[in-house]
Design a binder for this molecule. Structure first.
Ligand code: ZN
Length: 188
């Protein structure tokens, strides 16, 4: 009987051991998922972290720079630029995604008060080959004139733009203004 009891005890022990093992086994098991979980958790966390600064960076960046594409069909790919005055400086990058040479299908980006645009366009048309009037106070900013496959950019002080004033961006290559223009919106 003693032996039987001890057998039972042994069995109970081994069961307990098994139970412990079983308890231990799941322990590492959850640890693994746990370890895996933090990994994906870390990734989203990292993504969230990356996204957060990215968003923060994107928010000012959104109003601090713009990339405009121009093509051989005399078109910009955007009709509006949003300039945040908080940026201090604003950069416009112009990419000519067409193939036509500058002499045939040149593009630039010029920014002026809406009220000044007609005069700037008319005078620029006479200013070959760059088609931009130099030392023109009406011109707030302008890129170089470029041809297909080229890229250029210009940075200007956002303080040059007043809130509530209407501004436009446009191309001064002769004949392009009708198609190539957009509004410049000034925000905080
Ligand atoms: Zn153009």
């Amino acid at each position: 009987m003693k032996l039987y009891l001890s057998l039972i005890a042994a069995a109970a022990l081994s069961l307990a051991a098994c139970g412990e093992q079983a308890a231990q086994a799941p322990a590492p098991a959850p640890e693994q998922p746990a370890a895996e979980a933090p990994a994906p958790a870390e990734q989203p966390a990292a993504e969230a972290e990356a996204a957060a600064p990215a968003e923060q960076a994107a928010a000012p960046a959104e109003g601090c720079s713009a990339v405009i594409e121009a093509n051989d069909a005399m078109q910009f790919n955007t009709k509006e630029l949003t300039v945040s005055s908080a940026c201090g400086k604003y950069t416009v990058t112009l990419k000519h995604v067409g193939k036509a040479p500058k002499t045939a299908m040149g593009h630039n980006v010029v920014i002026a008060k809406a009220a000044d645009v007609a005069g700037v366009v008319a005078d620029s048309a006479k200013a070959a080959p760059e088609f931009i009037t130099v030392d023109d106070a009406r011109v707030i900013a302008h890129t170089a004139m470029i041809g297909g496959g080229e890229e250029t950019s210009v940075t200007f002080e956002t303080a040059k733009l007043a809130k509530g004033e209407a501004y436009e961006f446009f191309c001064t290559f002769p004949g392009h203004y009708a198609m190539m223009k957009g509004a410049v919106k000034v925000v905080d």
